[in-house]
Design a protein around this ligand. Structure first.
Ligand SMILES: Nc1ncnc2c1ncn2[C@@H]1O[C@H](COP(=O)(O)OP(=O)(O)OP(=O)(O)O)[C@@H](O)[C@H]1O
Length: 447
């Protein structure tokens, strides 16, 4: 049997007055795979522990199949937990580790048939007689999974079960967990701070920040229609470009978003979303552009809905199948607090120290600034949409990261024409809430 798990206005304080989870409401359907995603310390594990009954809610209700579970001890919740550190008993073999909870739950019964069936399912029959210290990390986690599965629980609660494993194994086990839980059809709540893991595993993803639910939706929804700038920045690699902008919508009808030295003209016919932006006239906004919203091409190649800007190549990240190009477009990046690893911003140079390697590299870069223009550039067209020249040295570099194919031979200091697809433009207000596409469109994407 699998079960519905509901959190109704749940808050948790460990110390009086400090809520680490704040009025969280969430309905997890029977058989659903829900991922709790958020940066370290945002309260994910606390939520999981409240569902397990290891912590009690300070306010609100945790309901199992519609019934308040506040007084139900963990042992009566029929849930299995899998932790990051595997938590195997070191003095027991794999077989005994898997069979242990069965012996506790049904003392008179021989656990072997269920242990064997579970081991077959996970392909770990040959590991059953080994002790944990004789197993690799991935093998230990498989045994830990086996221990959870063998009980036939009504829900799995997994707390970063893969984060102690190397990347390759993590991907492999991720696929295994996805197919196992689907096959078993058991409600699963999975905690992670890894957005790629969340997107690839979850039927839905609930994004938490500082104990507050930001958005819950399918992976497609949270990626394509993030409710706010935090979700937009937390989900997706490379991280979405967030630039500080100003909406200009004078009475003569032309509308644009100024990005410092350049601007994005919004030409008629406007979409409904763009029309709604008019009310932001004169206001500062945050413009979000995922790397796929911008391509390297001349203004003359613009398709309908694309507008031209240009960028100075600051850094090229070769990734094999693709290349990430960091451009300086003369705009100011918007900073989102609470993200785990903000994109590093190089400090503004104030004083030059004589003779260092860094200085020589900087000199070279300064020389390149006036340097070559890429072949694909058409000097006559490249200025379209620009307010003026590129900024002088000292501005924060690398405000726009664009994904492209390795075919372009791009080097530091090149000035490159870019096309921005306005259909992929996000605009957030000063509080970080999404205003374009309009929030009203949120529910109808694929839910
Ligand atoms: N037993 C406790 N007593 C006091 N504070 C606690 C306790 N457990 C957790 N906290 C605090 O509650 C907040 C949320 O912790 P929690 O472990 O739920 O976060 P998390 O999102 O799971 O983080 P991580 O990804 O780092 O595990 C943190 O600030 C943490 O320090």
């Amino acid at each position: 049997m699998t079960r519905a798990i509901s959190l109704h206005q749940v808050s948790k304080s460990y110390t009086r007055g400090v809520r680490v989870v704040e009025r969280l409401s969430l309905d997890i359907r029977p058989g659903e795979f829900l991922v709790l995603l958020g940066p370290s310390g945002c309260g994910k594990s606390t939520v999981l522990r409240m569902i397990a009954g290891l912590e009690s809610a300070t306010e609100g209700e945790v309901r199992l199949d519609g019934e308040d579970a506040g007084d139900l001890p963990p042992s009566e919740r029929d849930m299995a937990m899998v932790f990051q550190n595997f938590a195997l008993y070191p003095s027991m073999t794999g077989r005994d580790n898997i069979g242990f909870p069965l012996r506790i739950e049904t003392p008179g019964e021989d656990p072997r048939p269920r242990v064997d069936a579970t081991a077959r399912m996970l392909g770990i029959e040959d590991l059953l007689d080994r002790f944990p210290h004789q197993l690799s990390g991935g093998e230990r986690q498989r045994v830990a999974m086996g221990r959870a599965i063998a009980r036939h629980p009504s829900a799995f609660l997994m707390d970063e079960p893969l984060s102690n494993l190397d990347a390759k194994l993590r991907n492999h086990l991720r696929a295994e967990i996805a197919s196992l839980t689907r096959e078993l059809g058991v409600t699963t709540v999975y905690v992670t701070h890894d957005q790629a893991e969340a997107l690839s595993l979850g039927d839905r993803v609930a994004v938490l920040r500082g104990g507050v639910l930001q958005q819950v939706g399918t992976p497609r929804t949270v990626y394509a229609l993030p409710a706010n700038v935090f979700v937009a920045a937390f989900i997706g690699t490379p991280r979405i470009n967030l630039l500080r902008g100003l909406v200009r919508a004078p009475l003569d009808g032309a509308m644009s978003i100024s990005l410092g030295k350049q601007y994005l003209p919004l030409r008629e016919p406007w979409s409904v979303d763009q029309r709604l932006l008019r009310v932001q006239q004169g206001r500062e906004v945050i413009v979000g552009l995922r790397s796929e919203a911008v391509r390297l091409a001349k203004p003359s190649e613009a398709r309908p809905g694309e507008v031209a800007i240009s960028g100075l190549v600051e850094h090229v990240e070769f990734q094999g199948h693709e290349v990430l190009v960091h451009f300086n477009t003369g705009s100011r990046p918007a900073v989102v607090p609470d993200l785990e690893a903000p994109r590093p911003v190089r400090p503004v140079r104030r004083r030059r120290r004589e003779g260092s390697l860094l200085d020589r590299l900087r000199d070279r870069r300064a020389g390149l600034r006036a340097g070559p223009v890429v072949d694909l550039d058409d000097p006559a067209d490249a200025g379209a949409g620009r307010d003026g020249e590129m900024p002088p040295e000292g501005r924060l570099p690398g405000d726009l990261v664009v994904r492209t194919t390795p075919d372009f031979d791009l080097r530091h200091g090149m000035q490159v024409p870019l096309l921005v697809d306005l259909a992929h433009l996000f605009v957030f207000d000063q509080h970080g809430e999404r205003i374009c596409p309009a929030p009203a469109r949120l529910p109808d994407l694929d839910e």
